[in-house]
Design a protein around this ligand. Structure first.
Ligand code: KIV
Length: 281
Protein backbone atom coordinates (compact mmCIF):
# COMPACT_ATOMS: atom_id res chain seq x y z
CA UNK A 1 0.00 0.00 0.00
CA UNK A 2 1.21 3.50 -0.80
CA UNK A 3 1.43 5.94 2.09
CA UNK A 4 -1.93 7.21 3.42
CA UNK A 5 -2.84 10.66 2.10
CA UNK A 6 -3.27 13.18 4.90
CA UNK A 7 -4.02 16.88 5.09
CA UNK A 8 -0.25 17.44 5.21
CA UNK A 9 0.14 15.56 1.90
CA UNK A 10 -2.47 17.88 0.35
CA UNK A 11 -0.76 20.99 1.74
CA UNK A 12 2.61 19.75 0.40
CA UNK A 13 1.08 19.07 -3.01
CA UNK A 14 -0.20 22.66 -3.12
CA UNK A 15 3.26 23.99 -2.23
CA UNK A 16 4.91 21.78 -4.85
CA UNK A 17 2.22 22.63 -7.42
CA UNK A 18 1.48 18.93 -7.85
CA UNK A 19 -2.13 18.59 -9.07
CA UNK A 20 -4.50 16.87 -6.60
CA UNK A 21 -7.05 14.34 -7.89
CA UNK A 22 -10.40 13.89 -6.15
CA UNK A 23 -13.53 11.90 -7.04
CA UNK A 24 -16.83 11.25 -5.30
CA UNK A 25 -17.81 7.78 -4.07
CA UNK A 26 -20.85 6.66 -2.10
CA UNK A 27 -20.30 2.95 -1.45
CA UNK A 28 -17.73 0.29 -0.54
CA UNK A 29 -17.03 -1.21 -3.96
CA UNK A 30 -16.59 2.13 -5.74
CA UNK A 31 -14.36 3.30 -2.89
CA UNK A 32 -12.16 0.20 -3.27
CA UNK A 33 -11.87 0.74 -7.03
CA UNK A 34 -10.99 4.44 -6.96
CA UNK A 35 -8.59 3.94 -4.04
CA UNK A 36 -6.81 1.17 -5.94
CA UNK A 37 -6.57 3.51 -8.96
CA UNK A 38 -4.52 5.86 -6.77
CA UNK A 39 -6.88 8.82 -6.29
CA UNK A 40 -5.65 11.36 -3.71
CA UNK A 41 -8.98 12.34 -2.15
CA UNK A 42 -12.47 10.79 -2.08
CA UNK A 43 -15.49 12.96 -1.42
CA UNK A 44 -18.61 11.33 -0.04
CA UNK A 45 -20.61 14.20 -1.47
CA UNK A 46 -24.18 15.06 -0.65
CA UNK A 47 -24.58 14.69 -4.44
CA UNK A 48 -25.50 11.28 -3.05
CA UNK A 49 -29.02 12.76 -3.04
CA UNK A 50 -29.05 13.09 -6.83
CA UNK A 51 -26.75 10.27 -7.86
CA UNK A 52 -27.73 7.43 -5.54
CA UNK A 53 -31.07 8.41 -4.01
CA UNK A 54 -32.77 9.87 -7.08
CA UNK A 55 -33.73 13.26 -5.59
CA UNK A 56 -33.74 16.32 -7.84
CA UNK A 57 -31.48 18.24 -5.43
CA UNK A 58 -29.17 17.65 -2.47
CA UNK A 59 -31.57 19.29 -0.01
CA UNK A 60 -33.38 16.17 1.32
CA UNK A 61 -30.12 14.39 2.28
CA UNK A 62 -29.87 13.82 6.06
CA UNK A 63 -27.02 13.33 8.54
CA UNK A 64 -28.07 9.68 8.84
CA UNK A 65 -27.73 9.25 5.04
CA UNK A 66 -24.29 10.85 5.06
CA UNK A 67 -23.02 8.84 8.03
CA UNK A 68 -24.27 5.58 6.50
CA UNK A 69 -22.61 6.17 3.10
CA UNK A 70 -19.44 7.69 4.55
CA UNK A 71 -18.96 4.56 6.69
CA UNK A 72 -19.47 2.35 3.59
CA UNK A 73 -16.77 4.31 1.74
CA UNK A 74 -14.22 4.45 4.57
CA UNK A 75 -14.42 0.65 4.95
CA UNK A 76 -13.21 0.35 1.34
CA UNK A 77 -10.31 2.82 1.50
CA UNK A 78 -6.77 2.35 2.68
CA UNK A 79 -4.84 5.20 1.01
CA UNK A 80 -6.98 8.15 -0.10
CA UNK A 81 -8.05 10.96 2.20
CA UNK A 82 -11.82 10.65 2.69
CA UNK A 83 -13.94 13.79 3.06
CA UNK A 84 -17.54 13.53 4.31
CA UNK A 85 -20.02 16.22 3.24
CA UNK A 86 -22.19 17.99 5.80
CA UNK A 87 -25.74 18.00 4.38
CA UNK A 88 -28.20 20.90 4.15
CA UNK A 89 -29.27 22.27 7.56
CA UNK A 90 -26.76 20.16 9.50
CA UNK A 91 -24.50 23.18 10.16
CA UNK A 92 -26.44 26.34 9.23
CA UNK A 93 -28.35 26.74 12.53
CA UNK A 94 -25.40 27.43 14.84
CA UNK A 95 -21.69 26.85 15.35
CA UNK A 96 -22.59 24.30 18.07
CA UNK A 97 -24.77 22.36 15.63
CA UNK A 98 -21.99 22.45 13.00
CA UNK A 99 -19.36 21.21 15.46
CA UNK A 100 -21.66 18.47 16.77
CA UNK A 101 -22.48 17.13 13.29
CA UNK A 102 -18.91 17.39 11.99
CA UNK A 103 -17.87 15.32 15.01
CA UNK A 104 -20.57 12.73 14.26
CA UNK A 105 -19.45 12.39 10.64
CA UNK A 106 -15.85 11.79 11.74
CA UNK A 107 -16.70 9.43 14.64
CA UNK A 108 -19.54 7.44 13.07
CA UNK A 109 -18.57 7.73 9.38
CA UNK A 110 -14.83 7.36 9.92
CA UNK A 111 -13.85 10.09 7.44
CA UNK A 112 -10.61 12.08 7.63
CA UNK A 113 -12.17 15.51 7.04
CA UNK A 114 -15.52 17.21 6.50
CA UNK A 115 -16.78 19.63 3.84
CA UNK A 116 -19.33 22.40 4.16
CA UNK A 117 -20.67 25.06 1.80
CA UNK A 118 -20.33 28.81 2.22
CA UNK A 119 -17.79 31.54 2.90
CA UNK A 120 -17.53 34.10 5.69
CA UNK A 121 -20.85 32.98 7.23
CA UNK A 122 -19.46 29.52 8.10
CA UNK A 123 -15.99 30.65 9.17
CA UNK A 124 -16.71 30.60 12.90
CA UNK A 125 -17.79 26.96 12.53
CA UNK A 126 -14.71 26.18 10.42
CA UNK A 127 -12.49 27.75 13.09
CA UNK A 128 -14.14 25.75 15.91
CA UNK A 129 -13.93 22.49 13.96
CA UNK A 130 -10.27 23.02 13.13
CA UNK A 131 -9.59 23.86 16.78
CA UNK A 132 -11.29 20.60 17.75
CA UNK A 133 -9.03 18.63 15.38
CA UNK A 134 -11.51 18.26 12.54
CA UNK A 135 -9.90 19.05 9.16
CA UNK A 136 -12.23 21.13 6.97
CA UNK A 137 -12.75 21.57 3.22
CA UNK A 138 -14.74 24.67 2.19
CA UNK A 139 -16.98 24.92 -0.89
CA UNK A 140 -17.58 28.16 -2.84
CA UNK A 141 -19.11 29.24 -6.15
CA UNK A 142 -22.14 27.24 -7.20
CA UNK A 143 -22.94 25.66 -3.85
CA UNK A 144 -25.82 23.26 -4.62
CA UNK A 145 -27.44 23.59 -1.17
CA UNK A 146 -28.21 27.25 -2.11
CA UNK A 147 -29.58 26.43 -5.56
CA UNK A 148 -32.93 28.09 -4.80
CA UNK A 149 -31.17 31.27 -3.68
CA UNK A 150 -29.14 31.31 -6.91
CA UNK A 151 -32.26 30.69 -8.98
CA UNK A 152 -30.73 27.66 -10.71
CA UNK A 153 -27.40 26.06 -11.54
CA UNK A 154 -25.38 29.03 -12.83
CA UNK A 155 -21.71 30.00 -13.12
CA UNK A 156 -20.81 32.22 -10.14
CA UNK A 157 -18.58 35.29 -9.64
CA UNK A 158 -19.16 36.86 -13.03
CA UNK A 159 -19.45 40.50 -11.93
CA UNK A 160 -16.97 42.59 -9.95
CA UNK A 161 -18.86 42.42 -6.61
CA UNK A 162 -19.44 38.67 -6.82
CA UNK A 163 -15.84 38.03 -7.96
CA UNK A 164 -14.47 40.10 -5.08
CA UNK A 165 -16.81 38.32 -2.65
CA UNK A 166 -15.55 34.91 -3.78
CA UNK A 167 -11.91 35.94 -3.27
CA UNK A 168 -12.71 37.33 0.20
CA UNK A 169 -14.69 34.19 1.15
CA UNK A 170 -11.84 31.93 0.03
CA UNK A 171 -9.32 33.91 2.07
CA UNK A 172 -11.63 33.87 5.10
CA UNK A 173 -12.00 30.07 4.87
CA UNK A 174 -8.22 29.67 4.68
CA UNK A 175 -7.75 31.96 7.65
CA UNK A 176 -10.36 30.02 9.64
CA UNK A 177 -8.33 26.84 9.05
CA UNK A 178 -9.73 25.13 5.93
CA UNK A 179 -6.99 23.06 4.26
CA UNK A 180 -8.80 22.97 0.91
CA UNK A 181 -11.62 24.81 -0.84
CA UNK A 182 -13.80 23.37 -3.61
CA UNK A 183 -14.55 25.94 -6.33
CA UNK A 184 -17.63 24.97 -8.33
CA UNK A 185 -18.63 26.68 -11.59
CA UNK A 186 -16.20 29.58 -11.29
CA UNK A 187 -14.70 31.30 -14.39
CA UNK A 188 -11.11 30.23 -15.21
CA UNK A 189 -9.36 33.57 -14.59
CA UNK A 190 -11.12 34.02 -11.26
CA UNK A 191 -10.18 30.46 -10.17
CA UNK A 192 -6.56 31.28 -11.04
CA UNK A 193 -6.77 34.47 -8.96
CA UNK A 194 -8.25 32.67 -5.94
CA UNK A 195 -5.67 29.87 -6.23
CA UNK A 196 -2.90 32.51 -6.22
CA UNK A 197 -4.40 34.34 -3.24
CA UNK A 198 -4.54 31.20 -1.08
CA UNK A 199 -1.17 30.30 0.41
CA UNK A 200 -1.98 27.12 2.35
CA UNK A 201 -5.46 25.98 1.31
CA UNK A 202 -5.59 24.01 -1.96
CA UNK A 203 -8.30 24.91 -4.46
CA UNK A 204 -10.15 21.91 -5.90
CA UNK A 205 -12.06 22.80 -9.05
CA UNK A 206 -15.23 21.40 -10.56
CA UNK A 207 -16.14 23.51 -13.57
CA UNK A 208 -13.43 25.92 -12.44
CA UNK A 209 -10.63 25.26 -15.00
CA UNK A 210 -7.21 23.63 -14.78
CA UNK A 211 -5.92 26.70 -12.91
CA UNK A 212 -6.94 25.14 -9.58
CA UNK A 213 -4.59 23.10 -7.37
CA UNK A 214 -6.73 20.01 -7.98
CA UNK A 215 -9.88 18.68 -9.63
CA UNK A 216 -12.96 16.81 -8.44
CA UNK A 217 -15.57 14.97 -10.52
CA UNK A 218 -18.69 13.04 -9.60
CA UNK A 219 -17.82 9.35 -10.14
CA UNK A 220 -20.90 8.55 -12.22
CA UNK A 221 -20.13 11.48 -14.59
CA UNK A 222 -16.48 10.40 -14.94
CA UNK A 223 -17.49 6.81 -15.64
CA UNK A 224 -20.45 7.64 -17.90
CA UNK A 225 -22.80 5.65 -15.69
CA UNK A 226 -26.05 7.48 -16.31
CA UNK A 227 -27.54 7.78 -19.75
CA UNK A 228 -29.06 11.19 -18.96
CA UNK A 229 -27.85 14.77 -18.44
CA UNK A 230 -24.15 15.47 -17.89
CA UNK A 231 -22.93 18.99 -16.99
CA UNK A 232 -20.65 20.86 -19.46
CA UNK A 233 -17.70 20.68 -17.08
CA UNK A 234 -17.84 16.90 -16.59
CA UNK A 235 -15.65 14.72 -18.81
CA UNK A 236 -16.56 11.04 -19.19
CA UNK A 237 -13.60 8.66 -19.31
CA UNK A 238 -15.77 5.59 -19.93
CA UNK A 239 -19.26 4.67 -21.09
CA UNK A 240 -20.29 2.32 -18.30
CA UNK A 241 -23.95 3.03 -18.98
CA UNK A 242 -23.70 1.24 -22.36
CA UNK A 243 -21.48 -1.45 -20.85
CA UNK A 244 -23.97 -2.15 -18.04
CA UNK A 245 -27.06 -2.11 -20.27
CA UNK A 246 -25.29 -4.34 -22.83
CA UNK A 247 -24.10 -6.82 -20.19
CA UNK A 248 -27.54 -7.11 -18.61
CA UNK A 249 -29.14 -7.59 -22.03
CA UNK A 250 -26.67 -10.45 -22.74
CA UNK A 251 -27.57 -12.01 -19.37
CA UNK A 252 -31.30 -11.79 -20.11
CA UNK A 253 -30.73 -13.48 -23.49
CA UNK A 254 -28.61 -16.24 -21.91
CA UNK A 255 -31.26 -16.88 -19.25
CA UNK A 256 -34.01 -17.01 -21.86
CA UNK A 257 -32.01 -19.42 -24.09
CA UNK A 258 -30.81 -21.46 -21.05
CA UNK A 259 -27.18 -20.84 -22.08
CA UNK A 260 -26.64 -19.56 -18.55
CA UNK A 261 -25.86 -21.17 -16.19
CA UNK A 262 -23.42 -23.36 -18.16
CA UNK A 263 -21.70 -26.48 -16.83
CA UNK A 264 -18.87 -24.47 -15.24
CA UNK A 265 -21.39 -22.52 -13.13
CA UNK A 266 -23.20 -25.65 -11.97
CA UNK A 267 -22.68 -28.04 -9.02
CA UNK A 268 -22.79 -31.81 -9.53
CA UNK A 269 -23.91 -34.71 -7.36
CA UNK A 270 -22.75 -38.36 -7.31
CA UNK A 271 -25.06 -40.24 -9.78
CA UNK A 272 -25.38 -43.05 -7.19
CA UNK A 273 -27.01 -40.61 -4.79
CA UNK A 274 -29.54 -39.66 -7.44
CA UNK A 275 -30.12 -43.33 -8.27
CA UNK A 276 -30.75 -44.13 -4.61
CA UNK A 277 -33.08 -41.15 -4.37
CA UNK A 278 -35.17 -42.44 -7.28
CA UNK A 279 -35.21 -46.00 -5.90
CA UNK A 280 -36.62 -44.74 -2.59
CA UNK A 281 -39.62 -43.22 -4.35
O1 KIV B 1 -21.61 16.75 -3.27
C1 KIV B 1 -20.72 16.74 -4.13
O2 KIV B 1 -20.49 15.77 -4.85
C2 KIV B 1 -19.91 17.95 -4.26
C3 KIV B 1 -19.00 18.02 -5.45
C4 KIV B 1 -19.78 18.32 -6.66
C5 KIV B 1 -17.90 18.97 -5.22
O3 KIV B 1 -20.02 18.82 -3.47
Amino acid sequence: MNKKVTTLTIKDMKQQQKPISMITAYDYVMAQNVDEAGIDMILVGDSLGNVVMGYSSTLPVTMEDMIHHTACVTRGVSRALVVGDLPFMSYQESTEQALHNAGRLMKEGGCDAVKLEGGARVCEAVYKMTEAGIPVVGHLGLTPQSVHQFGGFKVQGKNIEKARQLIEDAKALEEAGAFAVVLECVPADLSAEITKELHTAATIGIGASNQCDGQVLVCTDLLGMSGGFRPKFAKSYADLHSTIVGAVQSYIQDVQSREFPAKEHTFSIDPDVMKALHEQK
